[in-house]
Design a protein around this ligand. Structure first.
Ligand SMILES: Cc1ncc(COP(=O)(O)O)c(C=O)c1O
Length: 389
């Protein structure tokens, strides 16, 4: 396809119809190729096959044409040359750490980073001599760079407390010291922010969320435009055996053409709920990057074009946690569960007293595809039963 269309048009259009026009059977949908063994026509071809090449196939773990189709579409969305697929968002985090860090080198994580990623870094510190330190995502100038710092991890906004970080400034500070920048871009999903334009060298995403869209697939991706970094990531990806199932790729490929429209529609709905919540008694603060009450809101205004439908609220400090737990249980349309990105709305309480010692409990909302007025009515009845007594 010529480059005259937007990436969103290219994403939706089938890839290779031109070549099949006139065939007896031609579908808008690519077929799904499964394999463990890939067979070669002769020994010479077997010896010459390059496992690194994205157009050659040598073993099922390293991908089939279905895997490549999804990788190519994700690279198109990110506007970069290379994307790798992994069995979860967390394994995408682990690939980046394991491919880029070695014993004696340091990774800097934001204090609000996705907790299992932090736990992984701490495990690598204890068992493999990698150093880990933390920084405040709202104070880029205070990031504790050291001579052995190799990687700066950025997650913006944080997926529970929602602080929006200044990726551009963080990347400038890191690059000035020869430090690589990796961004967890799950919240912006390749839609709301271009992390590469702002300076990230590598981006990972949990495709488990909006891209899969059905609350039924786990997958992650790692993208970069840098050939040398890609080589390093690809080699570790192969060595760790981190292949993904073509069936799961097919499920994501099915949801991908409409994930942007879902994201944008859910953004409108979530902002309506967040704004309504801002004026409710019992709610001390709404942590939605598009609202001025969110730390880093000015950065969101400058660097983002949209918002995910994931945000949090802090309750007034005098409201007991037991009432907040009952509030979550009293919701009928929001279900209690981790993750996000599917059709169904979710709510979950988090303990954030380490970050907000003087505030009340936090509840994170994920707004799905229900009618937002029904969601507001649901929150209203749950607040009336448990908080505003
Ligand atoms: C910001 C963020 N990064 C990474 C992950 C990990 O993704 P997965 O659940 O696919 O392992 C999550 C999952 O909740 C997340 O919220």
């Amino acid at each position: 396809m010529t480059k005259k269309h937007s990436r969103w048009t290219e994403l939706v259009q089938p890839e290779d119809l031109a070549g099949t026009r006139g065939a007896v059977f031609s579908s808008l949908v690519g077929s799904m190729e499964r394999a463990s063994t890939v067979v070669f026509p002769d020994v010479k071809s077997m010896r010459e096959r390059d496992w690194r090449s994205k157009t050659q196939y040598s073993y099922g773990l390293l991908g089939t044409p279905t895997t490549r189709r999804l990788e190519n579409k994700l690279a198109l969305i990110d506007g970069v040359r290379h994307t790798l697929l992994l069995p979860s968002g967390l394994s995408a985090v682990s690939l980046i750490f394991l491919a880029l860090l070695k014993s004696g080198e340091r990774v800097l994580l934001p204090r609000n980073a996705y907790q299992p990623g932090v736990d992984l870094a701490r495990m690598l510190a204890v068992r493999f001599g990698i150093e880990v330190d933390f920084y405040d995502p709202l104070q880029p100038e205070a990031v504790p760079f050291t001579a052995n710092t190799r990687l700066l991890w950025v997650e913006t906004p944080g997926s529970v407390t929602m602080e929006v970080a200044d990726l551009r400034q963080l990347a400038e500070l890191a690059h000035a010291r020869g430090v690589l920048v990796a961004a967890d871009a799950t919240w912006s999903a390749g839609i709301a922010q271009n992390v590469f334009a702002l300076g990230a060298d590598i981006a990972m995403q949990a495709l488990t969320k909006y891209q899969s869209g059905g609350s039924d697939v786990m997958m992650g991706s790692v993208s970069t435009d840098d050939d040398a970094l890609h080589e390093q990531l690809l080699k570790t990806h192969m060595q760790l055996g981190l292949g993904v199932s073509p069936e799961d790729c097919q499920l994501v490929l099915r949801s991908l053409p409409h994930y942007r429209l879902r994201y944008l529609a859910q953004d409108i709905a979530a902002r309506k709920l967040a704004e309504w919540l801002s004026s409710q008694p019992g709610i001390a603060r709404v942590l939605h990057p598009a609202l001025p009450s969110c730390p880093g809101h000015a950065i969101w205004q400058r660097d983002f074009t949209a918002a995910a439908s994931l945000f949090s609220v802090l309750f007034e400090p005098d409201i007991p946690q037991a009432n907040i737990d009952r509030f979550v249980e009293a919701l009928a349309l929001f279900h209690i569960g981790y993750s996000w990105g599917g059709a169904v709305s979710l709510a979950i309480p988090y303990d954030v007293r380490d970050r907000y010692p003087h505030s009340g409990g936090l509840v994170r909302f994920y707004v799905g595809l229900e009618d937002v007025d029904d969601l507001i009515a649901d929150v209203e009845q749950a607040l009336a039963q448990t908080i505003n007594l």
